[in-house]
Design a protein around this ligand. Structure first.
Ligand code: MIC
Ligand code: SF4
Length: 648
């Protein structure tokens, strides 16, 4: 039988189940990655699993998010992660080495491998044909401990790329075109597999940009073939030994098909406050801009920087604009230095930042009040940049660079001919900021700073669930709404009690107070509740505040898994219109919940209005058992045992 690329990799890694869309499957995980904003929790959970060393072929802990050290917290967390890495046989990529997804692509991603990462943009590695999935920290800890990763078999969408991009049109515009067509929930429950003649016209970093922002579609992952372009890239990274060809078999089948003619796309931008609020540049150019930020795991490769430099060369950044540039990795920065493009960018007036996530997660460079910031990043949710009333516009590096010079949102095509920028034949290779696993791990003492507080313990589901509706929110609520990032709150990622004060603060500053005084309660949400980041803090903080259930029209994949992993019930309205029948302050009850969870359905009573509302639970058998056991950690401890560990 002919297989597509996803099926090939899944079959090679299948531990349980069959590849029928919607069925639960379990796959063996070859590699994991964590970053520092999700890593502390993931490693605390790994410790609780009582293993001696990681069971994966390779696990890497990156320091790239929480790098502003305005107090002791982030530095302490880094030391915790460094010592844990030593103890459990994990590679440790130090601060300054680069953003996890960029460094992973350069140094570790392998075609045909499975990778699980505690960051939603883990699919970036799909650029080299790796099946890379983002998950909550607890799921990643379980994978490090050797357990397989469970997921509902997604539908596989074939995106056929035809033709070739026109000058000044980039990979960013391709994924913005998909977001324009499908919207932020268009990819939920799906894997996007790219094929077609157009693929070979794209470099690995261009492919990675597209795979990266598949996360904004809500997709489980995105994957490209591994071909001669991949071989050339791996060889240039000194890793040709990792190459393996990957392509779909002749006649391979897909659940859906989308065709994109690359030559028909023009430069696009996403206006505030959603990555799917996409417009052709022609329709929106001229908007006055205060800040331009170039970087992030989406667009910070050497080629991106070289294109930016070619636009900035000999020019000066507009007097009203602050241009900040953060190269994706030290490899990129070193090559910018060697090639001279760094000085071109500096001469134009750019401010050079560390090779980290930086402004993308509001870790510095928050724009001024009411400011407009054009960014080559992947998310523009309200408040994410650190300034609640600022507006972030997502754009390609070409649009960003020309905008920085002109001071208004501009079309790079007005610059005339596009400079030729090619990928290097050899990248700068120096892994001295990656500490390899220690063979002698016995005497390693793990360092715990005073900011590390115990993780809240998941509760077992009770037969009668009741509570007050503490907040009712609309569609596409992101995990940035549930618990924001930014330089102020990220240092509290290992301190859930302190972090909990900010739950939903972007929507309702009194939420935490209300939740505490009510002794917990229920959240009501719209469609695609919990989209965006993988941060399990968006489940841990509500758990700490006593939230027992979220009732929504639909859920984003990673967040739903996180809720289940921490014993919070995700319930879905049987009839979407019933969303209107609940208001904040209503008292809700579900009786016979255990039976309801097992049968997949229950009745939610709105006591205040005397209305009965049918809800269902879209849970796999395993998720039902996790909820009944009181969360994943308890489930692993009680129900599995070492004999069920994934054999390698
Ligand atoms: C993000 O881009 O939102 C983050 C910060 O990288 C998150 C992880 C986190 O919240 O720590 C993600 O994408 O998963
Ligand atoms: Fe970092 Fe931004 Fe990428 Fe998240 S999206 S990993 S914050 S660069």
């Amino acid at each position: 039988m002919p297989y597509n690329m996803t099926q090939k990799i899944l079959l090679e890694h299948l531990v349980e189940g069959s590849l029928k869309p919607g069925e639960e499957i379990a796959i063996r995980i070859d590699q994991t990655l964590t970053q520092d904003a999700t890593g502390t929790m993931a490693y605390l959970q790994l410790e609780a699993m009582g293993i001696d060393r990681v069971k994966t072929r390779r696990s890497v802990a990156y320091i790239d998010h929480n790098t502003l050290q305005t107090g002791y917290e982030n530095a302490d967390d880094h030391k915790f992660i460094a010592t844990i890495a030593k103890k459990y046989g994990i590679y440790y990529s130090k601060a300054g080495n680069g953003i996890c997804h960029q460094v992973n692509l350069e140094r570790f991603a392998v075609p045909g491998d499975t990778l699980l990462g505690s960051d939603s943009h883990t699919p970036t590695a799909g650029g080299v044909g790796c099946l890379a999935i983002g998950a909550g920290g607890l799921d990643v800890a379980a994978a490090m401990a050797g357990y397989p990763y469970y997921l509902k078999m997604p539908f596989i969408v074939n995106v056929e790329l035809k033709g070739r991009l026109k000058p000044w049109v980039t990979a960013k515009d391709v994924i913005l075109e998909l977001l324009r067509r499908l919207k932020v929930k268009g990819g939920v429950g799906k894997i996007f597999e790219y094929t077609g003649e157009g693929v070979k016209t794209l470099s690995i970093h261009e492919r990675a940009t597209i795979a990266n922002m598949g996360a904004e579609l809500g997709a489980t992952t995105s994957i490209f073939p591994s071909d001669e372009v991949t071989y050339k890239f791996l060889k240039a990274q000194g890793r040709e030994g990792d190459f393996r060809e990957l392509k779909p078999d002749e006649g391979a089948e897909y659940d859906e098909k989308i065709v994109i003619d690359l030559s028909e796309i023009g430069p696009l931008v996403a206006l505030p406050h959603s990555p799917d609020n996409v417009y052709p540049i022609d329709e929106v150019k001229g908007i006055k801009v205060d800040q331009v930020a170039i970087g992030s795991c989406t667009n910070s490769s050497f080629k991106d920087m070289a294109l930016v430099a070619s636009i900035l060369k000999g020019k000066t950044v507009h007097p009203d604009v602050s241009l900040v540039v953060s190269p994706g990795s030290r490899q990129v920065l070193a090559m910018m230095t060697e090639s001279g493009i760094l000085s071109e960018i500096i001469s134009a007036g750019a401010r050079i930042l560390e090779c980290t996530c930086g402004p993308c997660i509001g870790m510095g460079q928050a724009p001024g009040s009411g400011a407009v910031s054009v960014r080559t990043f992947n998310r523009n949710f309200k408040g994410r940049c650190g300034t609640e009333d600022a507006g972030v516009i997502l754009a390609s590096p070409a649009v960003a660079a020309v905008t920085a010079i002109k001071g208004v949102l501009s079309d790079p095509r007005e610059l005339g001919g596009m400079p030729e920028v090619s990928e290097p034949d050899r990248y700068y290779i120096n892994d001295n900021l990656i500490v390899p696993p220690n063979e002698d791990r016995k005497d390693v003492e793990v360092f715990y700073g005073p900011n590390i507080k115990p993780i809240p313990v998941a509760r077992k589901i009770e037969d009668k669930l009741e509570g007050k509706v503490l907040i009712k929110v609309g569609d596409n609520i992101t995990t940035d709404h549930i618990i924001p990032g930014t330089a102020k709150l990220l240092p509290l990622r290992s301190n859930i009690p302190a972090l909990s004060e900010y739950c939903f603060s972007i929507i309702d500053k009194n939420f935490a107070k209300k939740a505490k005084s009510a002794g917990g309660g229920i959240i009501v949400g719209g469609e695609n509740y919990g989209q965006g980041s993988s941060r399990e803090h968006a489940a841990l903080v509500p758990l700490y505040l006593g939230i027992r259930a979220v009732v929504a029209k639909s859920f984003a994949r990673i967040h739903k898994d996180n809720l289940v992993n921490y014993g919070i019930l995700p319930a879905v309205f049987e009839n979407e219109g019933d969303y209107e029948k609940i208001e904040e302050g209503d008292h809700l009850v579900i009786k016979n919940l255990k039976e309801g969870i097992k049968s997949g359905r229950a009745i939610l009573e709105n006591i205040a209005r005397n209305i009965k509302i049918p809800v269902h639970f879209d849970l796999t058998r395993r998720q039902i058992n996790i909820l009944l056991a009181g969360g994943l950690l308890n489930y692993i401890r009680k129900n599995l045992g070492d004999d069920q560990e994934c054999e390698r």
